[in-house]
Design a protein around this ligand. Sequence first.
Ligand SMILES: O=C(O)C(=O)C[C@H](O)C(=O)CO
Ligand code: ZN
Length: 274
Amino acid sequence: MLTVETRQAVNPEYAKTLDTSGLRKHFLAQEMFKTGEIRLIYTHYDRFVIGGAVPGEKPLALDKVEETKTPSFLDRREMGIVNIGETGTVAAGGQVYTLNRGDVLYLGAGTGSVTFAGGGRFYITSCPAHRSLPARLITASESKEVKMGASETSNKRTINQFIHPLVMESCQLVLGYTTLEDGSVWNTIPSHIHDRRMEAYLYFGMDEKSRVLHLMGEPQETRHLFISNEEGALSPPWSIHSGAGIGSYTFIWAMAGDNVDYTDMDFIQPEDLK
Ligand SMILES: O=C(O)C(=O)C[C@H](O)C(=O)CO
Ligand SMILES: [Zn+2]
């Protein structure tokens, strides 16, 4: 079963006026992972799609998606898949890829139908692509590891970059995940924006009762979302995206837009946030 929800782009002037339920309706991504289903959210931020595929007993095929009006979803798109569950397989372009927890699969434009199977909980990200690039399975040891932050500022963390120019070529997609060190709570502090690219977060690896306090909004008009395990946050190009966890967590960040330069960020120091 495939379901697709569309999210229109929200401008910052309107976002300022939203109450808690309005903010959650537009920017929080919930219930993406349901056994036996593929659930996608089609956003109008750079036409970025996020979602989940949880095959369980039966394989799940992703092919035609009405929203793109193309014969197959990946005809003019690329895709990044992260397995956040047990070992599973993804069959695409005549190959079968085995993904362990934390592995990432890149699929280029023109791949055709994609079939998910096994014990995986597959997080899907996709954006338009202007040319076809080869598929690549990237394990954690093949990712580029970057250490950031410090215990004194409670933001010591490891950033694993997978779909990233230093690891492999993509058209627009940039993707990886960030893990907080024990005792550190803050991700993406100092905060930043990048008007050239949108971004989406998926928080996972959290206890059921734990929450991340996710910060969003323009730097001088911040808002927050309380986020549970396996929920996501959509970050428009004008929004910061930072968070503090009540318990431990990892989050997948994925972006699309004008460039694939991970370091293209306009930083905002904590004293300048409002
Ligand atoms: O912890 C961090 O810092 C991040 O993971 C930052 C994200 O990767 C990001 O916002 C990239 O633009
Ligand atoms: Zn960012």
